[in-house]
Write a protein that binds this ligand. Structure first.
Ligand SMILES: *Cc1c(COP(=O)(O)O)cnc(C)c1O
Length: 379
């Protein structure tokens, strides 16, 4: 074949263009931290917590070292322990299952909705009902907002309230999204997020946060973040973790938060262009009526996705698979219980999903190249 025009590789997520945009302000902010030297829980951490609280619309934000630690803090705050069943989607990132298992509690895998990719309330209800007759104590529901869209917190809240179970929102991918007029991070009594560089709001390393309106839970999580500290130094009151966010990362995030809404608007625009150009030839993502996604990923569904990915790769277009296996098919989690009807939708999605390049700095002509290549391969 003749040399392909426009085949130079494009990045899956372009962090460099954003880096150039904020470089001066971020470098100045970093220099300021180097000068004051409060590398642990410095003033930028408190400032970031205030800004995040007002951004999301919650009373308390506790920043922490990663999105995974944020989940651990939430589980610790609810006292999750061996014998507890924590209900979570079978399709999603591993952190929820991992932290539950690490505490000696039991992840119970629930199926997801084929349209939203998020926790299916019907599957959840049957899973809770079944566990009520077993040896485990139903202890919490941990929902994941996959690819940027909130789970259905209207139904989940109703179910959690009826069953008397704490509800946790893993908003690592949905930070910036909304559901029924509320921001993701404010949709459950405790929500968690991640500032891993590739997330919608990312720092330059690891970082995370927990969000809550509950002062008591906030206080517990603040203590847990620093080894379960008490009122006085070294008089530890709980078994906790070293889960603090570095001041340097907080300083970076403050600068990135300032341009975040503009970036979200760009993501919406790009998602709308993909939808308009691709909906007649592939299964594009579907949003609930009152949901606005943060578009952490733009994920379509395709049979024979490996051939599809290979053909895109040949013309310089990267793709990614989030996630190639359901949690129930991962060796460390394969023996945990599942909802009575099984997790067939999760297993099916794991075979079909594939994500196209998505980031706020994707230019229209580059996106057109992706769209044209996808259409050429599919049709
Ligand atoms: C990234 C991610 C996490 C973990 O965040 P880290 O900051 O990498 O620890 C947890 N849950 C979901 C859904 C994620 O996408």
């Amino acid at each position: 074949m003749s040399a392909k025009p426009n085949a130079e590789p494009i990045p899956f997520i372009d962090l460099q263009t954003q880096r150039e945009r904020v470089a001066d302000r971020v470098n100045a902010a970093i220099a300021k931290v180097m000068a004051h030297g409060a590398f642990i829980l410095g003033p930028e951490v408190a400032e970031l917590e205030r800004r995040l609280a007002s951004y999301v619309g919650v009373q308390h934000v506790i920043t922490c070292a990663s999105g995974t630690d944020a989940i651990l803090l939430a589980l610790l705050a609810y006292g999750i322990r061996p014998g507890d069943a924590v209900f979570m989607p079978a399709f999603g990132f591993v952190a929820a299952a991992e932290m539950t298992a690490l505490l000696g509690a039991t992840p119970v895998f629930v199926d997801v909705d084929p349209k939203s990719f998020n926790l299916d309330p019907a599957s959840l209800a049957t899973a809770i009902a079944e566990q009520q007759h077993g040896p485990l104590r139903p202890a919490a529901i941990l929902a994941i907002d996959l690819y940027g869209q909130a789970a259905d917190y209207a139904q989940l809240t109703e179910l959690a309230t009826r069953e008397g179970l704490p509800l946790i929102e893993d908003a690592a991918q949905s930070f910036g999204g909304t559901f029924q007029g509320k921001k993701c991070g404010a949709l459950a009594p405790i929500a968690t997020t991640s500032f891993y560089p590739a997330k919608p709001l990312g720092c330059y390393g690891d970082g995370g946060a927990v969000f809550t309106d509950d002062a008591t839970l906030a206080e517990t999580m603040r203590r847990m973040r620093v080894h379960g500290e008490g009122e006085e130094k070294y008089r530890f009151q709980h078994v906790g973790i070293n889960g603090r966010m570095d001041t340097l990362q907080a300083a970076v995030l403050l600068e990135k938060l300032a341009i975040f809404d503009e970036e979200l608007a760009a993501r919406q625009r790009i998602a709308a262009r993909y939808e308009a150009a691709l909906r007649d030839c592939v299964e594009t993502p579907q949003l609930m009526p009152e949901a606005r996604s943060a578009w952490a990923q733009y994920t379509i569904q395709i049979e024979d996705r490996h051939i599809f990915a290979e053909k895109l790769r040949e013309v310089g277009i990267p793709t990614a698979i989030h996630y190639p296996v359901s949690l129930t098919d991962l060796a460390p989690y394969a023996d945990y219980p599942t909802a009575p009807g099984g997790t067939l939708v999760s297993e099916r999605l794991a075979e079909k999903v594939i994500s196209l390049p998505m980031h706020p700095y994707l230019k229209e002509d580059t996106q057109d190249r992706i769209i044209n290549a996808v259409r050429r391969i599919i049709t």
